[in-house]
Design a protein around this ligand. Structure first.
Ligand SMILES: [Zn+2]
Ligand SMILES: [Zn+2]
Length: 91
């Protein structure tokens, strides 16, 4: 149940980089390739995933935390928020 609180906390802390549904940044030199917003690697469209928290388009391989369903940048904030929420609960 504290999961929801943590989620809301994260949404408040995260800076939205892109709007949901916005397209990833295209690599201008190659066709159908996109640039990861975190590691700036050039990836195929299928390798890209949009983080639901910050809206960044990132590559699954390097920058996606499958367990948290968030990008690496947001996953740090999620863990922090979870920690805080759990501490609030026990006090
Ligand atoms: Zn990446
Ligand atoms: Zn993110």
């Amino acid at each position: 149940m504290p999961r929801d609180d943590a989620f809301r906390k994260v949404m408040k802390t995260v800076t939205r980089v892109r709007e949901p549904g916005a397209k990833p940044e295209e690599d201008l030199k190659s066709m159908d390739r996109y640039i990861c917003d975190l590691c700036h690697g050039i990836r195929e469209r299928e390798e890209m995933i949009q983080c639901g928290f910050c809206g960044r388009w990132i590559c699954r391989k390097n920058c996606w935390e499958e367990e948290l369903k968030a990008c690496e940048s947001c996953s740090g904030l999620i863990l922090l928020a979870k920690d805080e929420t759990e501490r609030d609960d026990s006090s």
